[in-house]
Ligand binder design. Structure first.
Ligand SMILES: Cc1cc2nc3c(=O)[nH]c(=O)nc-3n(C[C@H](O)[C@H](O)[C@H](O)COP(=O)(O)OP(=O)(O)OC[C@H]3O[C@@H](n4cnc5c(N)ncnc54)[C@H](O)[C@@H]3O)c2cc1C
Length: 304
């Protein structure tokens, strides 16, 4: 067994782990080389123990949700990847909906629909965990996570649990206070409003149908590749389209011809293809318009 395997077998995890686990099986691009080890925690204490191990052994640690906003390098990710999708418990009490980081947002929407409370239905059909959505301040259909957030339970820099109350001025378009921090989102607590199940079901269906009609699920992708900067006067997809880049390709990666801000893996695209294409789009839009697009997709792993 590898050194990482040895180390993992010595700590008392209730969850499981796999060595050389391909990230392509855990990202919506279906791209990405192996993680040295991927750990599937079964309880919050597991996360703390994995983090403690990473620190004491000097191993890098990466937090993975649904992999819906990630372009993972062909060489994969060194060290430990903590796959949080296995932590998906939830509760509903006194108008607050509390969910562990790995709960899928579509499942959260469905729970609200069945329970007759409005909360995360605007995110229905968006591939994401609660933790990933909080980290990214995910948004769509005129709402964002920050609109319904009450507080977040994290593991802080010292590996201690801490409740972070929601403070509005720390949040903005696609920005949360958890970015660029050494913290793990363990749970999030959301404010809810009583609502008729039929109305929540209607919103969920309308949003899912709209995503379907916009081709979100036609081929593996990570949704919008670039953020929308309102100073540019038009959404990024419109700018890319105006420059004539729909259909541009590198290997099996191409700028979809149904939505210019969605770049897809047509089957077998490499991370290098995808990244080269993203950088080419960025470069050509900058040359043609003077606007420098900013990636929303996060590059993860070993790009050396
Ligand atoms: C078809 C499609 C449509 C999409 N539509 C939208 C849309 O309408 N709006 C939108 O905002 N996004 C959209 N996205 C992008 C994506 O769904 C969101 O960014 C989503 O919130 C990412 O969540 P995730 O669980 O997949 O996180 P991942 O992609 O796994 O991770 C994203 C980042 O969050 C960090 N992270 C994940 N979990 C934790 C945690 N528990 N603690 C700390 N850090 C963590 C990761 O380390 C990484 O840096 C779309 C993607 C797809 C594939």
């Amino acid at each position: 067994m590898s050194k990482i395997g040895d180390l993992l077998s010595k700590i008392n995890l209730s969850g499981t782990w796999r060595l050389d686990e391909p990230l392509a099986s855990h990202t919506t691009f279906q791209i990405g080389g192996p993680a040295d080890a991927m750990v599937f925690p079964r309880c919050l204490e597991d996360v703390r123990a994995i983090r403690h191990l990473a620190r004491s052994e000097g191993l890098p640690l990466f937090l993975l949700g649904k992999g819906a906003n990630l372009l993972v390098a062909d060489r994969g990710i060194r060290g430990l990847v903590v796959n949080l999708t296995t932590l998906a418990e939830w509760s509903f009490e006194k108008g607050l909906f509390r969910a562990q980081a790995g709960l899928e947002v579509s499942t959260a929407a469905e729970i609200g629909q069945k329970g007759g409370f409005s909360c995360l239905e605007f995110l229905n059909a968006m591939p994401s965990t609660v933790g990933g959505a909080v980290f990214m301040n995910a948004r769509c259909y005129g709402a964002e996570i920050a609109d319904v957030l009450d507080s977040v339970l994290i593991l802080d820099e010292n590996n201690n649990e801490q409740i972070v109350p929601f403070l509005k001025d720390q949040w903005s378009y696609k920005v949360s206070p958890f970015q660029n921090q050494d913290q793990v989102i363990l749970e999030a607590c959301f404010r809810t409003v009583p609502a008729a199940s039929e109305e929540i079901a209607r919103v969920m269906k309308a949003n899912a149908d709209d995503r379907q009609s916009k081709g979100h699920f036609r081929l593996p992708c990570a949704g919008s590749v670039f953020k929308n900067n309102h100073d540019f006067g038009a959404p990024s997809g419109v700018l890319i389209d105006r420059v004539g880049l729909k259909g541009l390709r590198r290997g099996q990666a191409f700028v979809s011809d149904w939505h210019a801000n969605i770049i897809v893996n047509q089957g077998g695209a490499t991370a290098d293809d995808l990244r080269a294409l993203i950088l080419e789009v960025k470069d050509r839009v900058a040359q043609a318009t003077g606007f420098v697009l900013e990636e929303e997709v996060i590059y993860a792993g070993d790009w050396t």
